[in-house]
Design a protein around this ligand. Structure first.
Ligand code: C2O
Ligand code: CU
Length: 433
């Protein structure tokens, strides 16, 4: 099947499974059969992995400050673990085999129990052989609600992903392909959005929570059918809403948008060629009392103030890859000349210490760098703080400074969220005492 055939396929509406209220719940990783392509094409289902029988897994919702308590049952034939991406979490619950826990053996159960301090849009995903387990579907949305949520008519999670499919609609078996690892990662040939509900009324004010669950693809998205504003990035509120524009999400990034829907709300991926349809929220009926007035900012999340002047100056140089800089490591990718996990942490911080990290991309590919357990301020060229994120996209041959207050004790992974890059060397860790 070639790309033109894919572009000719209409996007069926794809609904996320029902919400799980976090109190105590169970998440079982298991094989699932999923029909990704529309039925009328006569394709069989793809053999994938999911939680509780579905991919994406159930949307978990919890009130800020509340606890998430999940019995994770591993029903697949390989070890696994769950990472709660973006949560300033208790280190023991971070879900990183080899650093914060042992991988959960097939048939075994692990109890995750943690507080979710900050409201926002997060997600959970497998963190063992993630380049394969996430690509096969082991992920889901994790929504931490404001204590006093802003008024909207609809609150809809929009999970973006792509898959590499065979002509009969199955997952292409080329997992762990070394060519993918040394280039842009496992890019799919078919992309789609999953929605937590698939209709709105004309005049509704809708909160859209975009989550990029892809293992490699950066999504640039065009949203039609209404006017909107960006209110949060990676779960964290913006001081003032920003024009919606065409949001760009690196793997693992999230963007919250508040949109006043006038018509069906359409989502298109903007690749190099024609806009590619990802899905549509249909319009059914009209809102008798549409919201008026500008989109208000979300209530601010109190976070630790960085000590910009006293910050420890560090450089994290991304190296390697095809057509890339040399490094001394023994795999494709490296940070600062070191490929793979060092035995000792890259840095140790006293709790509350601020670091100013220059993330310098010396390679020919973009990298979305994620720091576990923390958010950090992206700094503009003149040093002014911009967005407060947990994953930052650095383009080839570019560099970005970030300011991070390391105030969460424990051992924290730092890695590229192109998961094939992580697997082939682009990772390290820090320790906060
Ligand atoms: Cu979402 Cu270590 O990653
Ligand atoms: Cu990368």
């Amino acid at each position: 099947m070639n790309r033109r055939q894919f572009l000719a396929i209409s996007t069926a509406c794809a609904l996320l499974p029902a919400t799980g209220r976090a109190g105590a719940m169970r998440l079982r990783a298991e094989p699932v059969a999923v029909r990704l392509l529309p039925d009328e094409e006569g394709h069989g289902p793809a053999e994938m992995l999911g939680f509780n029988g579905r991919t994406p897994g159930p949307e978990i919702r919890v009130r800020a400050g509340g606890r998430v308590s999940v019995a994770f049952e591993n029903g697949i034939d390989r070890p696994s673990a769950i990472h709660w991406h973006g949560i300033h979490i208790d280190n023991a619950m971070d879900g990183v085999p080899g650093l914060t826990q042992d991988a959960v053996a097939p048939g075994a159960t692990f109890e995750y129990d943690f507080a979710a301090p900050h409201p926002g849009t997060y997600w959970y995903h497998a963190h063992h052989r993630s380049w394969e387990q996430v690509a096969k579907g082991l992920y889901g949305p994790l929504i931490v609600e404001e204590r006093d949520p802003p008024k909207v008519d609809r609150d809809i999670a929009v999970v973006l992903d792509d898959w590499r499919l065979t002509p009969d609609g199955g997952l292409h078996p080329s997992f762990g392909n070394r060519h993918d690892f040394s280039h842009a990662g496992r890019l799919g040939n078919y992309a789609r959005a999953f929605f937590s509900r698939d209709r709105v009324r004309a005049g509704d004010r809708v909160r859209l929570r975009l989550i990029n669950a892809a293992t490699a693809r950066t999504f640039k998205v065009r949203i039609g059918g209404g006017s909107g504003a960006v209110v949060a990035q990676d779960g964290m509120p913006l001081a003032a809403p920003e024009p919606m524009g065409e949001p760009v999400l690196a793997p693992a990034q999230r963007t919250d948008i508040v949109l006043d829907a006038a018509n069906p709300v359409t989502f298109h991926l903007l690749p190099r060629g024609e806009p590619y349809p990802l899905g549509t929220l249909a319009v059914e009926g009209a809102n008798p009392a549409p919201a008026r007035g500008p989109v208000e900012p979300l209530p601010p999340t109190p976070v630790a103030a960085p000590d910009a002047k006293g910050a420890r100056r560090l450089t994290l140089a991304m190296e390697g890859g095809a057509m890339g800089g040399r490094h001394r490591g023994d795999d494709f990718w490296a940070f600062n000349g070191r490929s793979g996990m060092p035995d000792a942490p890259w840095q140790r911080f006293a709790r509350g210490e601020t670091a100013r990290i220059t993330m310098r991309n010396d390679t020919a590919f973009p990298h979305g760098i994620h720091i576990h357990g923390h958010h950090f301020h992206e700094l503009g060229a003149d040093g002014t703080p911009g967005h407060y994120r947990d994953t930052t996209l650095v383009d080839p041959r570019k560099s970005r400074d970030v300011l991070c207050v390391f105030d969460n004790p424990g051992k924290w992974l730092i890695h590229c969220h192109t998961l094939g890059h992580q697997a082939s060397g682009m990772k390290t860790w820090v320790e906060v005492a």
